[in-house]
Design a binder for this molecule. Structure first.
Ligand code: 1CP
Length: 332
């Protein structure tokens, strides 16, 4: 469940209070391990998701970062010119991001093979958008300004970010991550030509540079429904879908080239168990029989979701999904 470790869980709130603030929680391997494991114990989900944030990579590249209560992430010195970008460094994940690798090792040890661990990172474009903007934004106006007035400078930044992410994801696999998810949360803000120029080639290069063995890569581009065929060609094994496209229509377009993950509207979790069960059933029916579907939300769970509703989503999936698979597939 996207953002399954988070503020809707009271036990998360308790550990976060103990850590002091969100970044301190990410950077404390013992506590980050606890919150990674909480949804496994509480909800019975089929995979653990490393507790961290996509923005620890720009921080490891030398940018100062803080998270403000109610406002989200802030880079006080956003990248607005070539001089600022020239100051970025290539991180060494085993020193600059050692707390992430330490958390992976601890989580793997505690899971002892019960469920797999998913590591993750932000996509080059999404990270660059935050680094230029300095915070979350509705339209990422500063990032768009650079894209249309200094495209070469943006390409230079994307190149640096992609190099950093390659080192980072390879280190996550070496530490024990068993699947990797790449979040292009702001990919859908781009026009099709801009997505093809400033996001897609870097996704392809990142995925192509991983020493991943049989570790699957899940690629989530929010608002990316119109580019599914191109996304299926990036080397990702799974495409994460937001809720705006019927999953059956997505399956008809990509066939069996990739598996699909998604795609319930996280807003459904604000309703009630009966409605949640109906929505789960509708997604299973839309995808249809056969393997290649990972049930998930189409974006992150929100803080006011009642835990009972999150549980209803997991339980409905476990109860209803079996009939969509043959016995042979279940046995595999
Ligand atoms: O107050 C808190 O406790 C902090 C809330 C929070 C949490 C729980 C943030 C701040 N990040 C996270 C954890 C997180 N972030 C995870 C691991 C947890 C899990 O999945 O179980 C992951 C995978 C992320 C990834 C992330 N961070 C994304 C990509 C996925 C998405 O939701 O689109 C993005 C865009 C971020 C940036 C970010 N971090 C936090 C916030 C509030 C934001 C969004 C800011 C904005 O609106 O632009």
């Amino acid at each position: 469940m996207m953002r399954q470790a988070g503020r809707y869980l009271p036990e998360y709130q308790a550990i976060r209070a103990k850590a002091g603030d969100f970044l301190s929680l990410c950077q404390n391997p013992a506590l980050a391990t606890e919150v990674t494991l909480q949804p496994i114990d509480r909800l019975g989900v089929d995979a653990a998701i490393l507790f961290s944030d996509i923005l620890v990579v720009p921080q490891a590249m030398g940018m100062s970062l803080r998270f403000e209560e109610g406002r989200g992430p802030i880079f006080p010195d956003p990248l607005r010119d070539a001089a600022a970008i020239a100051k970025l460094t290539l991180p060494d994940p085993n020193t600059d991001l050692d707390y992430v690798m330490d958390t992976i090792v601890r989580v793997k040890d505690r899971l002892a093979g019960s469920v797999p661990l998913i590591g993750f990172c932000g996509a080059p474009w999404t990270l660059a958008a935050y680094m230029i903007e300095g915070s979350g934004s509705r339209d990422f106006g500063h990032a768009k300004t650079m894209l249309y007035t200094q495209p070469d400078l943006l390409h230079h930044l994307l190149d640096q970010v992609t190099e950093s992410l390659t080192l980072y994801l390879n280190a996550q696999v070496a530490a024990g991550a068993q699947a990797l998810q790449i979040f292009d949360t702001w990919g859908g803000l781009l026009s099709t030509p801009a997505f093809r120029a400033f996001s897609l080639p870097y996704l392809r290069r990142l995925i192509g540079s991983l020493n991943k063995g049989d570790v699957p890569v899940i690629l989530f581009v929010k608002g990316g429904g119109q580019w599914l065929e191109e996304l299926a060609d990036t080397g990702a094994g799974v495409l994460g879908l937001d809720w705006t496209i019927p999953i059956g229509a997505a399956r008809a377009r990509v066939g069996d080239r990739v598996a699909l993950q998604g795609n319930m509207d996280p807003g459904v979790l604000l309703s009630n168990p009966a409605t949640i069960q109906r929505e789960v059933q509708d997604i299973l029916l839309s995808y249809g029989p056969g393997s290649g579907h990972v049930m998930n939300l189409g974006h992150g769970i929100t803080p006011t979701v009642p835990v009972a509703n999150a549980q209803a989503f997991i339980t409905a999936t476990q109860e209803l999904s079996g009939t969509f698979h043959t016995h042979a597939e279940v046995a595999r």
